[in-house]
Design a protein around this ligand. Structure first.
Ligand SMILES: N[C@@H](CCC[C@H](N)C(=O)O)C(=O)O
Length: 308
């Protein structure tokens, strides 16, 4: 166990919360155990994940990002609260950008390119509803691992969720990390028990995040037709969280695929922690927009962390 103190910042995006670490030189030994202890909501700081700012040049994955985009100076090293590594975190990218601004590592104007294990992501500040400061992130290409057959059938997996009587068909969506999306009625969404991990068949080789969605139809917002969905999520490596950015992209793109030709490109996704906006871009990529908030800074006593 590392000893001494560690400076941390706490932030969240629609209440998907993270412990943020400034390790720009890559000096910290961020073990799975340290991640679990920091993320512990009782004996630690508490969070759905831990995010480390590290210079791209100091990690092998960061070197790959730099080859794709030489300006991707900073790498988002994302860990789930159980210590596992995930390829991407959509809410985390926005919070990471806000943290870089806070650290004086990004001026906040123009476009910020940053490295992730799912590839380079680009962030810019945008205006959210009622003038709120939001961040928009290009999330790369989303794909249906089940291919055209899954698109035609509308599903390629089955999911059993505690609290729901029957096994449901579901669609796998890759957003750099794995997702499985199933549609429910409103009352079913409230009745689902996500304190237990949903059972997915076929068993995904690297696990999956599971999104339960209720399509809410279309509405006009600022003269534009947008789709709306309600979503709850069980995150791989975490459990139920109050929001998931990559999950919101997966949910919106699944509902859009189910709706067929003519479905809106812009979707509002209501999660327990707020609302994010997902836009299908013409090149097969998606954009995620939403808030990012830093709420606290603290000095952690590493000798006291994890003490039972
Ligand atoms: N909450 C994140 C996703 C974090 C990673 C996920 N749990 C996984 O293991 O893939 C988001 O906002 O996208």
């Amino acid at each position: 166990m590392t000893s001494g103190t560690l400076r941390v910042t706490k932030g969240h995006g629609t209440q998907n919360d993270f412990v943020l670490l400034d390790d720009r030189e890559g000096a910290l030994d961020l073990t799975d155990a340290l991640v679990r202890d920091l993320a512990d909501r009782r004996a630690g700081v508490g969070g759905d994940g831990v995010i480390r700012v590290v210079a791209s040049e100091s990690l092998p994955e960061g070197a790959a990002a730099l080859r794709d985009e030489p300006s991707a100076e900073w790498f988002m090293d994302y860990r789930n609260s159980d210590g596992s590594i995930a390829e991407m975190c959509g809410n985390g990218v926005r919070v990471f950008a806000a943290y870089l601004e806070h650290l004086g590592l990004w001026g906040g104007s123009g476009e910020l390119a940053l490295g992730t294990r799912a590839g380079v992501r680009r962030v810019r500040r945008v205006e959210g509803p009622d003038g709120a400061a939001w961040y928009a992130v290009t999330m790369g290409r989303w794909t249906l691992p089940g291919g055209p057959d899954a698109l035609a059938a509308g599903y390629d997996a089955e999911v059993q969720v505690s609290g729901l009587d029957v096994v449901r068909p579901a669609l796998s969506v890759d957003v750099g990390n794995p997702h499985t999306v199933l549609a429910l009625r409103d009352d079913e969404l409230d009745g689902a028990d996500l304190s237990r991990e949903p059972l997915v068949v076929p068993v995904p080789p690297h696990g999956t995040n599971v999104e339960l969605v209720v399509p809410l139809g279309e509405q006009e917002v600022d003269g534009r037709v947008v789709g709306r969905v309600r979503m709850r999520v069980h995150e791989r490596g975490v459990g139920e969280t109050r929001s998931c950015g990559t999950g919101a992209v997966a949910a919106a793109m699944a509902v859009r695929a189910w709706a067929g030709a003519g479905a809106p490109d812009v979707w509002l996704v209501d999660v327990p922690g707020g609302t994010v906006r997902v836009t299908a871009l013409p090149d097969g990529e998606a954009e995620l927009a939403g808030p990012a908030v830093l709420v606290a800074e603290a000095q952690v006593d590493l000798d006291a962390l994890g003490v039972r």
